[in-house]
Design a protein around this ligand. Structure first.
Ligand code: SF4
Length: 242
């Protein structure tokens, strides 16, 4: 297996995808990653539009791949409906619904009502970051659907990234994809998708922290709208307290 130091500087990580490759390097990276990491590669799937593309590609590369969904208990019903559709369409995939230690009610009792409004970083830590830490405890690498075009904070993402937060390697096959590329693929392959995408929700997370967008050019503007927060904490430096 390649260590971080060897693969990070390898031609693979810095390769410019061939113009003839409609997946812009995604399939090649997925094949390499599953060959390299095997069962210790986990896809942390949000079931957003990018996820549908990755699920479809992964199901062809490794039909019994492991997915983990961070089930905060605060997702839209449309998201849970989509997960049911995915389970039907890709029955061999293993989908773990990873839940936080505290239920929503227990969190309210321990930390007060609507923690997401008062201390969203703490809420994300409890309901997303900590559960992913646990889910990745036995994994060498994980897959994420980050794209460089999503936001300035993601503009420098590589195919393979050293992940200090989870002491792991983060594999990002879609870094060169645009939002239009994602939807062209979904339409071409007739993939299921979250119905909220048809109602101006390009990026979908928990109900309290997701709004429809008014500025179509900013895909993530509906996440934690009217606040400084832009990331749930899975892709940034860890908080200093929980
Ligand atoms: Fe809590 Fe909002 Fe983060 Fe969900 S997105 S875990 S509700 S702060």
């Amino acid at each position: 297996m390649l260590t971080y130091e060897t693969y990070y500087d390898s031609p693979l990580n810095n390769e410019t995808p061939s113009p003839d490759d409609p997946t812009k390097g995604a399939e090649k990276i997925l094949e390499w990653a599953y060959q390299t990491y095997g069962d210790s590669l986990v896809y942390a799937c949000s079931f957003g539009a990018e996820s549908m593309v990755l699920i479809d590609m992964i199901a062809r590369v490794k039909p019994d791949a492991s997915l983990v969904f961070l089930d905060t208990g605060l997702h839209f019903q449309e998201t849970y409906d989509l997960i049911d559709e995915v389970k039907e369409r890709y029955p061999l995939l293993s989908i773990e619904m990873k839940q936080p230690e505290l239920t929503v009610d227990e969190q309210r009792e321990k930390h007060g009502a609507a923690l997401w409004s008062r201390k969203p970083d703490q809420c994300c830590y409890i309901r997303k970051v900590k559960p992913l830490e646990e889910a990745l405890s036995g994994a060498t690498a994980w897959i994420s659907g980050l794209r460089r075009a999503q936001s300035p904070t993601r503009a420098n993402t590589d195919f393979l990234n050293k992940d200090e937060r989870f002491q792991s390697i983060k594999v990002c096959p879609l870094i060169h994809w645009s939002w239009d590329d994602v939807w062209d693929y979904i339409e071409k392959h007739q993939l299921p998708y979250n119905k909220l995408h048809d109602q101006n929700y390009p990026s979908i997370g928990c109900v309290p922290c997701t709004s429809p967008v008014t500025d179509a050019s900013d895909e993530r503007s509906g996440r934690w709208a009217n606040s400084q927060k832009t990331e749930c904490g899975l892709h940034v430096a860890p908080p200093t307290s929980n």
